[in-house]
Design a protein. Structure first.
Length: 222
């Protein structure tokens, strides 16, 4: 799964994703229900902030979003919450790293995972628009997960889908609606292009959101 991530290099978003900037602050411990930076394409790339935890347009209340922070790649076209989004409402969730917890005995050890080149990337995401009873609109999103690559397998049995840069435009192209083709893009990112290291348990609480969340607790890289 993907339950926390980081977005620090905000100054590079404009150039990396060819989009206009918006006011952003670095976040070292992004958590569900918070607003997160996403890229959608409506003829050109557009950067916006959506709530993390997808609220389907047909939902009776927003609490369902707490359960839909992730979407399994294998069953996207089978689930009512994600089926129509897969065809019409796809996005990139902008990040430069994510956290995952490795089970050891009765405890869990958090790790931060990034690309080796430390560059920004886009998680494959889905989004939807929900109208509150008051008439206000909430745009929300979910991060797609898949089976782990060789780097992630010892840490967790799932990992978020990081799309290679060369297929990002295909994912964002709303003219592409073939579910089988779209699902074929949702594969594990190459493990030899990623790195992971153990971090402090400070990241266990979303209240902790400073640079100390990034610090390695040991020098060995995985």
């Amino acid at each position: 799964m993907c339950g926390r991530f980081t977005i620090i290099d905000i100054e590079d978003i404009r150039e990396r994703f060819n989009t206009e900037p918006i006011s952003l602050k670095p976040s070292y411990n992004v958590a569900p229900t918070q607003d997160v930076p996403v890229i959608i394409n409506d003829g050109s790339n557009h950067l916006d902030m959506f709530r993390w935890g997808l609220i389907p347009f047909w939902a009776k209340d927003s609490s369902i979003g707490n359960k839909l922070i992730n979407a399994r790649a294998e069953t996207l076209d089978e689930k009512p919450s994600f089926k129509h989004c897969l065809q019409r409402k796809r996005c990139l969730v902008v990040a430069d790293g994510f956290y995952e917890w490795k089970k050891e005995g009765s405890g869990k050890r958090p790790h931060r995972i990034t690309l080796k080149n430390k560059e920004l990337f886009g998680f494959a995401g889905l989004w939807d628009t929900w109208k509150q009873p008051t008439g206000d609109i909430i745009n929300s999103c979910s991060i797609i997960t898949t089976t782990p690559n060789d780097l992630m397998a010892p840490i967790h049995h799932r990992m978020p889908v990081i799309l290679p840069r060369e297929v990002e435009h295909v994912w964002l192209d709303q003219g592409v609606t073939d579910s089988s083709f779209l699902k074929s893009l949702l594969i594990p990112y190459p493990s030899d292009l990623m790195m992971a290291y153990e971090v402090s348990k400070l990241v266990n609480s979303p209240k902790n959101n400073g640079t100390e969340c990034l610090a390695s607790v040991e020098s060995r890289l995985f």
